[in-house]
Design a protein around this ligand. Sequence first.
Ligand code: UDP
Length: 245
Amino acid sequence: MSYPQVDILGVKFTKITNHELLEQLKKDSLLHKNRFVVTANPEIVLFARQNPKYTSILNTADYTTADGIGIIKGARILNRPLPERVTGYDTLLALLSFANEQQKRVYFLGAQPTVITKMIAKIKRKYPKLIIAGYHDGYFRDEEAVAHDIRQAAPDFVFVALGFPKQEFFIDTYRHSSQAIWMGVGGSFDVLAGVTRRAPLFWQKHHLEWFYRLLQEPSRLGRMLALPHYLLLIFQTKFLNNKKS
Ligand code: UDP
């Protein structure tokens, strides 16, 4: 099924709700389709503006969702609304539950060696029927060897937590080595392992998740300054569009 797309500063987002994406991915998985899911925030959009190869990867992914309130607000300002935030972390949790119910094979790639080992132990406890097809930390030299390991594991799902843009470049290069659902999940393994905490619901509901994350990891301040730059570009685009019409 194809969904409408919404252009935000050159990145084409899929107009899709959490429920629709999940149902679609379940269907795709049961039919053994090869799919690539990107969950993008304003920082990713800004990076893509500087990197045409990355933009084309985002725009050829099967689903690019709005991971961040900045994308939802930007879409609204440009009069091209997107239904809701669809985060990598929530999608990951939902797919893990599905993989558990259906006894699907899952490959996990990314994070520090101690983090992924901790996370795998938690996954085994929480999702006992899910099959761990394989896993590897995210600090490897030989990319081909890791790709070979994934191919041998024949997974139904491959979750790649290398941070952007690494994870999307990796998936774009290797996704055809396994008929699986491939998704970049950023820092999610750290949260699953219990090394970092996700913002409590109150902060999430009030769109303050970014601030909670900043308090936990103050070193992210530089990265977060991308947001005002992003908003400026959104207003500039709106202004130019208004002038044209
Ligand atoms: N990471 C990795 N290999 C690398 C660089 C990063 O496995 O070469 C991991 C890192 O350990 C962390 C995740 O990628 O678990 C990046 O998290 P971050 O929160 O920066 O990602 P974002 O969600 O902002 O894309």
